[in-house]
Design a protein around this ligand. Structure first.
Ligand SMILES: Nc1ncnc2c1ncn2[C@@H]1O[C@H](COP(=O)(O)OP(=O)(O)O)[C@@H](O)[C@H]1O
Ligand SMILES: [Mg+2]
Length: 259
């Protein structure tokens, strides 16, 4: 089982879009996939067409096991919705350091049931994001492709390194260009900079900006349900292949700061 936290402290970069469509792409490629909505806004749950089921909120409060919170979206995926009370978890002040390990512990019994677990994180560095990072073996960072997002990327890498040092564990880190507009020189420059600084981490496939990716969630559908022949579906299929191939590599070496 590869547990992947889809994170970026910036909102609107494509975390939910990537989690939604990459989950389905992996499932279509024959992988057993669990998608978890760890954002109290519940956008992933809505995009999967789930109407307010209980979910991760109950698991995080210790009232349910993760498998009790599974929902079927009808596309072969198992999904854990956010639930109405997930924000309360984010504000938890009791529980000490144990609070950060709840998702990791909840996932442990499912280790042999899934090939991939994708966790859609909130745009903040709170308790839910921390649970996702601790539970994850790998981190996938969607980057929108403007210069400000480059700045955010460097900052996020530093934050992750700090967490890794404290945990004494390292995570593979992958970057995906998630709203790429090839025609923009600016976007190509951002890609070149990322290639230069994060060569081992940038996944080769960029997800191109296209309106169908913004439309599909309002129908409660992934791109493979909404417009399976669109090039956006091909992008996600290719991204899934990148990620499967990337599983064979390792970039878990400590960075210079830890050496
Ligand atoms: N490649 C893309 N092309 C077009 N729209 C996109 C793309 N990726 C994301 N969006 C849209 O941008 C907005 C923010 O994306 P979202 O995935 O919700 O970001 P986040 O989860 O990081 O906040 C949404 O309206 C989404 O539909
Ligand atoms: Mg989101």
């Amino acid at each position: 089982m590869r547990t992947i936290a889809v994170i970026n402290q910036k909102g609107g970069v494509g975390k939910t879009t990537v989690t939604l469509n990459l989950s389905h792409a992996l499932a279509l490629a024959g992988q057993r996939v669990l998608a978890i909505d760890a954002d109290p806004q519940g956008h992933l749950s809505m995009a999967f067409g789930l109407e307010d089921p209980a979910g991760l909120d109950r698991v995080m409060h210790g009232d349910a096991r993760l498998e009790d919170a599974f929902s079927e979206a009808g596309n072969g995926l198992q999904i854990v919705a956010a639930g109405q009370h997930l924000q309360e978890v984010e504000n938890l002040e009791t529980g000490g350091a144990e609070r950060g390990w709840r998702l990791q512990r909840a996932l442990e019994p499912l280790r042999h049931k899934f090939d991939f677990v994708l966790i859609d994180c909130p745009p903040s560095a709170g308790l839910l994001g921390m649970n996702a990072i601790i539970a994850a073996d790998e981190v996938l960072i969607p980057v929108a492709g403007d210069f400000l997002s480059l700045n955010g990327l460097s900052r996020l890498m530093r934050i992750l390194q700090g967490i890794e040092q404290r945990l004494g564990q390292y995570r593979k880190k992958w970057i995906v260009l998630s709203r790429f507009v090839e025609q923009r020189r600016h976007a190509r420059e951002v890609r070149e900079r990322i290639e230069k600084h994060f060569a081992d981490q940038l996944l080769p496939t960029a997800i191109r900006e296209t309106v169908v990716l913004a439309e599909s969630p309002s129908f409660g559908q992934t791109i493979f349900e909404y417009q399976p022949r669109h090039r956006a579906a091909a992008d996600f299929q290719q991204l899934a292949a990148d990620l499967v191939a990337a599983g064979a590599q390792t970039n878990t070496r400590p960075t210079a700061a830890h050496a």
